[in-house]
Design a protein. Structure first.
Length: 221
């Protein structure tokens, strides 16, 4: 085992890590926004909105993320061509970001829904008694408290997405894992680079998991 070739490859590995972090952050932010909207739809008194959101969540939680990434990369351009009549390439990066947002939204939806349902109904009744609309009640009273309770679970799901970003190799994006694999292949040290990549993923994920546990204890108090 010779790890001497890892140090010269650090700039390339760092660029791959930036790609991984960028995909994760955009996927998490977009997933939380869309997931919150889906959660409010599921909690709505409107049956068709609740069923539509439920069908979305059940569908995306029943298929692998790799399929979603591949579908957006290969199928969506054909759909856009059929709609617009023109070639509309969306690119590997955009297709992966959209795939992560839509896929993670199904999981964030359930987290947000559970967080909202954990807030006592008395607070909702008090807000309605003060004349607040449904939107005001959620924005000013319910969601701020719910997100405080949900923060550890949201971070835990973000850690999972950080690991899942390695799947973008299927559409040719050079994330951290793909960068490590390519660098190892170039100098004939694939095993060493994969070991280093595994250690980096483990270190970041383990540190983030410890942070989540600390937050859980602090928020519980």
């Amino acid at each position: 085992m010779d790890f001497s070739g890892v140090i010269p490859a650090i700039p390339g590995l760092w660029n791959g890590m930036l790609m991984t972090l960028q995909l994760m952050v955009m996927g998490v932010v977009g997933g939380i926004i869309l997931g919150t909207l889906l959660a409010l739809m599921r909690l709505s008194s409107s049956k068709w909105m609740s069923r539509l959101a439920g069908a979305y969540v059940n569908y995306f939680r029943s298929i692998p993320l790799l399929l979603v990434i591949t579908w957006f990369y290969l199928a969506v351009p054909f759909v856009l061509r059929w709609i617009t009549g023109q070639d509309t390439p969306i690119g590997a990066f955009t297709s992966c970001v959209v795939a992560f947002m839509m896929f993670e939204a199904a999981y964030f939806c359930e987290i947000v829904r559970a967080g909202v349902q954990s807030i006592s109904r008395g607070q909702m009744g008090a807000a309605q008694a003060l004349g607040m609309t449904y939107g005001q009640m959620m924005r000013l009273i319910i969601l701020p408290q719910a997100f405080r309770k949900m923060t550890p679970l949201l971070l835990q799901q973000s850690i999972i997405l950080f690991q899942d970003t390695s799947l973008v190799y299927t559409v040719g994006l050079v994330d951290f894992l793909n960068s490590a694999r390519s660098s190892g292949d170039i100098i004939g040290r694939s095993n060493e680079f994969l070991i280093v990549a595994g250690l980096v993923y483990f270190t970041i994920s383990f540190a983030a998991s410890r942070l989540v546990k600390l937050m859980q204890k602090r928020l519980a108090v």
